[in-house]
Design a binder for this molecule. Structure first.
Ligand SMILES: Cc1cc2nc3c(=O)[nH]c(=O)nc-3n(C[C@H](O)[C@H](O)[C@H](O)COP(=O)(O)OP(=O)(O)OC[C@H]3O[C@@H](n4cnc5c(N)ncnc54)[C@H](O)[C@@H]3O)c2cc1C
Length: 581
């Protein structure tokens, strides 16, 4: 037997799009500007000009900041029109007294309890919750604006894994399947390592490979796995030596399929690798920092509750009409930057002044939202993703005080479940407080669609049952002040993020839209390789402003767009059975 050392990537053509060794992508990375540069001949291009930005999401605010803070552009006026009564769009942090408004099910008011001496109110990040270290543009703005940040704990080996009907139908600490499986894999490979099986390896390399496997799997001298303290203890050591857990057998682990019934390995996919961060006090601290930067500038204007209903183009200018408190206003603009989720532009944006390819690209996106793509099991995936979250407040002792002799408390991280809740996030901050806010469910696709069709109360019941399976009765019964959000039900958003896999000829249309047309620019993570991430929103805003002030700048075309599930759910979805997807 010869085991190939050149693992083919052809099974996952999507990877090509994020593999920097590919020609066009590396060109893209090299050429796509991370900074606004105004060429000498275009200095003061914004003088006497008005830009209207529709939507105060991360991308809209970044666009406004860049347009106003680049002296070489010298823009005269920048108006941000935001449909909501708050800025931030999907960067939505819910605190006591805030409401979640779904178009189907009315209002839910956040009733989280405050504690004496707390440094900031308790909060749920209903949208984004974490920032990877690789998101350098966003982290750069946080540094520039002085937004305090702290570590977001993506994974603790004490987090739980629940796979229905396996491991005695009990959840087990993450470290058990992780390191027992590692031990068994190492043992099985070690036993196969001989010159007959690996004829293309030298004896010296075989020896090194064996040494590696001993360390990797914690094997004994004979290359056998006998269990390891990596998988934890039944009784923790103290004065006494402690008692290491008996490892789950390889068969038990294999039969559980823990790796595809849960999102167990998501923390090792690139986007979720440590270190990740969160702003102290809630994710929306970032958008409010942008707002603070804009406020003192007399050229900037932010209108809340301003729903744009019509965008027309006449004689080189845009007329943008919006409704605010039952009255309709119109603003003239030289530049129009739209942060609106693209499908919601249908019927709002006049199109006949655009090139045929730009019109066709918009139409393709509208169709992808209306018609979608039918998947196995009858689920219809649309351009804007179905996704739901649940939040709870509870006493931290329910996870931070572990009673069993071998139990280790949970400080942050994510427990994984085969139930519809999919995951439970523990707070990554204020460990000594009495209360903490948990994300009690975060699910996708068909499950999220089903949850979104249920009333929030019903979703909370399901989430509590998921919590019961994962954490037991005390844990489930201790959860209070539940909140549920289905992003597909949120007005002016209608989904979690863009899914380009639903668009026919997606690369062609992406390449067209990303370049803008007639001083109309679409921004947001929707037009980036990082759909579902604020970094994509920032990158797209920089791209739009670069084009606006430099007619010679053009983003190179890309030839493969990744499937959004890679950037939002990690690589594992490719192997998921249909019922979990
Ligand atoms: C559940 C969930 C989890 C996520 N997790 C993460 C994460 O952990 N980390 C991360 O970095 N990112 C995450 N994201 C993605 C992140 O939320 C987005 O990338 C980010 O908020 C950028 O959004 P945006 O600027 O593209 O616009 P949006 O936030 O979509 O803003 C669009 C704005 O346009 C406004 N608007 C729409 N129509 C109109 C109209 N007609 N008139 C006026 N205004 C209008 C809307 O009200 C909204 O404010 C997550 C998203 C979701 C939904």
């Amino acid at each position: 037997m010869v085991i190939s050392k050149d693992r083919a990537k052809s099974k996952f053509p999507q990877w090509a799009a994020i593999d920097p060794s590919r020609g066009s992508i590396s060109e893209y990375i090299k050429k796509c500007r991370k900074k606004v540069i105004v060429p000498a001949e275009n200095k003061n291009c914004g003088q006497g000009k008005t830009a209207v930005i529709i939507g105060a999401g991360v991308a809209g605010l970044t666009s406004a900041y860049e347009l106003l803070n680049n002296e070489d552009i010298n823009l005269s006026r920048c108006v941000i029109l935001e449909a909501n009564d708050r800025i931030g769009g999907r960067s939505f942090t819910v605190r006591p007294g805030n409401v979640i408004k779904e178009d189907k099910y009315g209002f839910q008011k956040c009733k989280f309890e405050s504690e004496p001496g707390e440094p900031y109110p308790p909060y749920l990040n209903a949208g984004p919750g974490r920032i990877p270290s690789s998101h350098k543009l966003l982290l750069g703005y946080m540094k520039k604006f002085g937004v305090p940040m702290e570590v977001y704990v993506m994974a603790s080996d004490s987090n739980l894994t629940y796979v229905q009907n396996h491991f005695g139908n009990q959840s087990v600490p993450y470290r058990q399947p992780a390191y027992n499986m590692q031990g068994w894999v190492a043992q099985e490979l070690y036993q196969l390592l001989n010159p007959d099986n690996f004829s293309d390896m030298s004896p010296g390399d075989i020896e090194k490979f064996k040494q590696f496997l001993q360390v990797f799997g914690n094997l004994n001298e004979e290359g056998m796995y006998e269990g390891s303290d990596r998988a934890g203890y039944n009784v923790l050591p103290g004065v006494q030596p402690g008692e290491i857990t008996i490892p789950q057998s390889l068969q038990e682990l294999l039969r559980s399929q823990f790796w595809d019934k849960t999102r167990f390995y998501q923390p090792i996919d690139f986007l979720w690798q440590p270190t990740l961060f969160q702003p102290v006090g809630g994710m929306d601290k970032i958008v409010y920092a942008f707002k603070e930067q804009l406020e003192p500038d007399a050229r900037s204007e932010l209108q809340l509750n301003a729903v744009v209903e019509q965008i027309e183009y006449n004689n080189g200018k845009y007329s943008i009409s919006y409704k605010q408190e039952e009255r309709t206003y119109t603003i003239e603009a030289d530049y129009c930057v739209s942060n609106v989720p693209m499908p919601l532009l249908e019927g709002v944006l006049q199109q006949n002044h655009f090139s045929p390819s730009f019109q066709a690209a918009l139409d393709a996106v509208y169709t992808a939202q209306k018609v979608g793509v039918e998947e196995q099991g009858g689920y219809r995936r649309r351009f804007l993703a179905d996704t739901t979250k649940v939040g709870w407040q509870a006493e931290r002792r329910l996870w931070q005080e572990a009673e069993g002799a071998g139990d280790v408390p949970i400080y942050g991280g994510i427990s994984w479940s085969s139930d519809e809740i999919a995951q439970i996030w523990y707070p990554s901050e204020e460990y000594h407080a009495e209360l903490g806010v948990l994300t009690g469910a975060y699910n996708f696709s068909a499950v999220a669609q089903k949850w979104g069709d249920l009333e929030p109360e019903k979703r909370l019941e399901l989430a509590r049952e998921g919590a019961r399976n994962l954490g037991g009765n005390d844990f489930a019964d201790g959860l209070k002040h539940g909140l549920a959000i289905a992003w597909q039900n949120i007005p002016h958003q209608k989904g979690g993020w863009a899914q380009w896999s639903t668009v026919e000829n997606k690369e062609t249309h992406f390449n067209t839209l990303v370049k803008g047309d007639q001083n109309f620019y679409i921004v947001g993570d929707q037009l980036s390789h990082l759909t579902g991430w604020q970094e994509g929103a920032v990158a797209s805003a920089l791209n739009a402003v670069c084009q606006l002030c430099d007619p010679m700048y053009s983003v190179p075309d890309i030839d493969v767009l990744p499937d959004t599930r890679l950037t939002v759910e990690g690589a594992f979805w490719a192997t998921l059975p249909a019922y979990v997807r």
